[in-house]
Design a protein around this ligand. Sequence first.
Ligand SMILES: [Zn+2]
Length: 216
Amino acid sequence: MGKVVATRAGAKGKSAARSPSAARPSRVEAEAAVRTLIRWAGDDPRRQGLAGTPGRVARAYEEWFSGYTEDPRAYLSRTFDEVAGYDEMVVLRDITFESHCEHHLAPIIGRAHIGYLPRHRVVGISKLARLVDVYARRLQIQEKMTAEIASCLEGVLKPFGVGVVIEAVHQCMTTRGVHKTGVTMVTSQMLGVFRKREATRQEFLSAIRLRGPGES
Ligand SMILES: [Zn+2]
């Protein structure tokens, strides 16, 4: 099993810069576009088996891309300030997600691992999982999604540091192009003490059972 490791620990976190300028097409227009793609694939959208497909695809898009209508910061805003003296790292491991690559609209299936060292505020774990979904349910590249999650957590919780690692399989790579199955892409974004302090980063990586480059 090959493993492409693209560590982006040094990359600067950028938040989403989504353009709201593109007017949303109507449902009728969306379904017509699906019919066009069916014809492009070589089939006849009028045949019985495909008659309901444009409507189904439009509804599937509403679910796959529901992240555009949600504000990730709102999910985190109800934080639990009372930490009762808890000052150790919080790690949520193996948050599964499904996303779509912005280059091919192909599925990206993966897991996210999130850690942070709280300063005053902690957040419910279900909120962290929802945060991953909000960003996953948009057209993505894995590097950007990793940075967006880290940057959002840092901005809202103001912790001492944040670490986000994402492992994912890109179906644009497994089902087309180079056709390499079993290749996992790993990206990471470390902010604050996760970036500055080796021991903190290692504590996080061992909690999620990954090791830094060169470490045994
Ligand atoms: Zn792709």
